[in-house]
Design a protein around this ligand. Structure first.
Ligand SMILES: *Cc1c(COP(=O)(O)O)cnc(C)c1O
Length: 339
């Protein structure tokens, strides 16, 4: 029985076709800018998202960090969601490595950062204060697609207040597919966008930062400083190009499976369905039963993460099919039916 791993969409393994593309990749030394496959990936994403330039990096964390360090200087400040990945799940890198002060903002339920809260957080120009320079948003945020009219308003706000605007678009393609718009239509509101290829798109490694040519030049320097200058990275870039060619439209399957799973879990007494957004399902289960639930699921070769009590986040992806989802629904049902 194959494992159904719902902990994250990072757990996907490269498909046979993706591995074949990796084996065939033309490579060169990317620190010299000579890897043709890396260059093709960077050109492809810059063009797709409507930017001058792009930079291929090992992780989304590094991509966001390079963006923050390229937009801001020591003593600058960025406005960011209280539960944004960049603020909460990246080790405080902007502060630790960039001397950039985060100003966390409480999210609205839909993942937006209300403009009045942002306006109130901007510091006056005065030596007492850090210099507010950048607004960072995340789309999708905990699976939620930010409304296009909010992005439009946030763009106008940032322009008016002289802030740059960065998007942590780790799952921008999920947002695009679910929202029925192009990724470019989302990206157009931002000065830089970070995209993860190693989440639902199924590449083993890699993120890409897009922005203006001068911004990406700065990011390239910081990437080297951060130890992210890599050499024959074309084998990884080939996997990312394959993912862009073959794994974007199928994200709709992940969303459909998450919606189906949510519908099944909603019927089970003892499971409190909190919501389903794109490829994520959120449920509360009684804390005292979590350990036993985990054991029961493991016996059926199902992996979940019980790290963020009491809410479970179940994530669908490339390596979870209809049969797998059926097994998850059945196994939840059998656990809760024994009372
Ligand atoms: C995963 C993720 C990142 C970071 O990506 P890593 O490659 O794991 O460093 C950034 N932002 C969001 C929203 C993510 O989900």
């Amino acid at each position: 029985m194959n494992v159904v791993d719902l902990r994250s969409d990072t757990v996907t393994r490269p498909t046979p076709a993706m591995r074949a593309a990796m084996l065939d990749a033309e490579v060169g030394d990317d620190v010299y800018g000579e890897d043709p496959t890396v260059n093709a990936l960077q050109r492809r994403l810059a063009d797709d998202l409507g930017f001058e330039a792009a930079l291929f990096v090992p992780s989304g964390t590094q991509s966001n960090l390079l963006a923050l360090m390229s937009h801001c200087e020591r003593g600058d400040e960025y406005l960011v969601g209280m539960d944004a990945h960049t603020y909460k799940f990246e080790g405080g890198g902007a502060a630790v490595l960039g001397s950039i002060q985060p100003q966390p903002i409480v999210h609205a339920e839909d993942g937006t950062l209300p403009l009045d809260r942002l306006a109130a957080a901007i510091k006056p120009v005065d030596p007492h204060f850090a210099r507010t320079r950048l607004l960072a948003l995340e789309n999708t945020w905990h699976g939620r697609v930010l409304p296009q009219d909010y992005l439009h308003a946030a763009h106008g706000f940032a322009r008016q207040r002289g802030l740059a605007l960065h998007l942590d678009g780790a799952r921008i393609y999920n947002a695009a597919v679910a929202g029925g718009v192009s990724a470019r239509a989302i990206a157009q509101h931002f000065d830089s966008v970070s995209v993860c290829l190693s989440k639902g798109l199924g590449a083993p490694v890699g993120s890409v930062l897009v922005g203006s040519a001068p911004l990406i030049e700065k990011a390239r320097r910081w990437r080297k400083v951060a130890g992210g200058g890599w050499r024959q990275a074309g084998m990884l870039a080939a996997a990312c190009l394959h993912a862009l060619d073959h794994h974007v439209t199928r994200l709709a399957d992940d969303h459909r499976r998450a919606a189906y799973l949510a519908g099944r879990l909603r019927e089970i007494p003892g499971v409190n369905l909190l919501g389903q957004y794109t490829n994520m399902v959120f449920v509360d289960v009684p804390v005292e039963r979590l350990q036993a639930l985990d054991t029961h699921l493991r016996a059926a070769n199902i992996r979940i993460s019980i790290g963020y009590l009491p809410t479970l986040r179940l994530v669908t992806h490339l390596d979870v099919d209809d049969d797998g989802i059926e097994r998850v629904a059945e196994t939840f049902r059998s656990f809760f039916s024994r009372g």
